[in-house]
Design a binder for this molecule. Structure first.
Ligand SMILES: Cc1cc2nc3c(=O)[nH]c(=O)nc-3n(C[C@H](O)[C@H](O)[C@H](O)COP(=O)(O)OP(=O)(O)OC[C@H]3O[C@@H](n4cnc5c(N)ncnc54)[C@H](O)[C@@H]3O)c2cc1C
Length: 391
């Protein structure tokens, strides 16, 4: 039996409608460059997926510069007092005047990016199954996929942007021998909890029992983090244990509410080098993971996106492929710089006194490190972005 394949044609096929894919789609669209976004999930699912909550100064300025400031609107998270705590005592943070970072839950950003993309005539195809990049090293690659009604489609294009996250298909389409994976496992996990509870207290707490975090995700919703053993399971964390550990680690009783979800997230750093192969380019989590303590996953996804968008625009307008050729070399030093910060802040915050991990000595080191960092202008800026809205 012959399967009929309907063929389309565009400049860039973007795989994945997350932060990187939708931002790229918007950047290209407003520069007159054709693109089609393929997303495997339904739109409603993507727009409700709760992850990050902060857009740093770089991200805020990036959207403004590209005329997309409206995608940061509709932020339902109120101001809440907080910051860093050590052994139940709050450490005040001196906020940098230049800090423009803001709370914007990832699902709000994604929903806004989708609305603007569709309003401007963008082509977003959700529920695309079995997405498969083909002929990546040939002159003109294609992406094949199946629509929800079973129709087989292929899109011929100049370039493929792999924006489909760490578990997507794009990176797996590259021969393993063509990529070097650099990775580091930190040796512990986070119990990541979503709770229907106001954020009080708010911030990150260093304690002998391990790190704890309570970060707002909405007026009555909080993301809760509890450092735990690498082999812990959600079943080992009944509701009462979550609340009592938060109280112990923050030194004050937290506002309680219904636990909506809980999962174990092992902390790790990963970078793939190079970030392109033939005409396939990897952006965001498809190319690298930073531990969530750094809150820099969105930053890196947006940075890759801007570098790639500028390279495609230069190629389309001037026929100059030099920025595409140097995409990986441009992104990687920036990524390693942020991996260094992520690794340092993760070690500092987690090794501090957790009896199951390092020891009480490290807590004093963490205190000294945080105090020393607050004294430096550049570090103060990083810290105030990291804790934006919590102080
Ligand atoms: C619990 C949690 C908390 C986090 N907290 C923060 C934080 O506070 N700050 C921060 O900066 N970062 C945080 N991150 C990281 C941040 O969410 C990611 O770095 C960011 O989502 C990366 O964006 P992306 O567009 O590269 O990938 P994603 O947002 O993962 O988007 C990838 C898209 O591709 C789609 N897709 C996957 N496979 C396919 C396929 N085969 N075909 C088509 N589509 C596909 C997916 O459905 C998804 O829509 C957190 C992550 C998690 C999991």
């Amino acid at each position: 039996m012959t399967i009929t394949v309907t063929r389309d044609n565009t400049a860039v096929v973007i795989i994945g409608a997350g932060v990187a894919g939708l931002t790229l789609g918007n950047f290209l669209l407003r520069n007159g460059i054709g693109c089609i976004v393929l997303e495997k999930r339904p739109r409603a699912y993507v727009e409700k997926r709760q992850r990050a909550g902060t857009i740093d100064t770089f991200g805020v300025r990036l959207f403004r510069e590209w005329g997309l400031e409206e995608v940061l609107a509709g932020n339902p998270i109120p101001y809440s007092a907080g910051g860093f705590y050590i052994d139940g005592h709050a450490m005040p943070i001196d906020v940098d005047d230049d800090n423009e970072s803001l709370y914007c839950p990832q699902q709000v950003l994604v929903r806004n990016l989708t609305e603007v993309f569709l309003r401007e005539g963008g082509d977003l195809r959700c529920e695309s199954a079995d997405v498969n990049p083909e002929n990546i090293t040939g002159g003109r690659p294609a992406v094949r996929y199946r629509e929800a009604d079973g129709t087989e489609r292929a899109i011929d294009c100049d370039f493929i942007a792999g924006c489909d996250g760490f578990h997507g298909v794009s990176r797996r389409s590259i021969p393993a021998t063509a990529l070097t994976e650099y990775s580091h496992e930190y040796g512990y996990s986070w119990l990541s909890v979503l709770a229907a509870a106001p954020t009080n207290p708010s911030g990150m707490a260093i304690h002998g029992l391990g790190l704890a975090g309570i970060i707002p995700r909405g007026p009555e919703t909080s993301r809760i983090y509890l450092q735990c053993a690498i082999d812990d399971t959600p079943e080992k964390w009944p509701c009462e244990r979550i609340w009592s550990e938060l109280e112990a680690r923050f030194g004050t009783p937290p506002a309680r509410g219904e636990i909506l979800s809980k999962q174990i997230v092992p902390l790790r750093s990963v970078v793939f080098d190079p970030m392109s192969y033939g005409r396939l380019y990897l952006l965001g989590d498809a190319a690298h993971i930073v531990p969530p303590m750094s809150a820099k996953g969105i930053h890196l996804a947006l940075h890759d996106t801007e570098v790639f968008a500028r390279a495609v625009i230069r190629y389309a307008k001037e026929g100059d492929s030099s920025l595409l050729d140097s995409y990986s070399e441009t992104c990687l030093p920036h990524i390693w710089n942020y991996q260094a910060f992520a690794s340092w802040i993760t070690d500092t915050m987690h090794n501090a006194g957790y009896t199951g991990f390092e020891g009480e000595f490290k807590k004093q080191i963490a205190r000294a490190e945080l105090q020393r960092q607050f004294a430096s202008e550049s570090a103060k800026k990083l810290f105030s972005e990291l804790t934006a809205g919590t102080n």
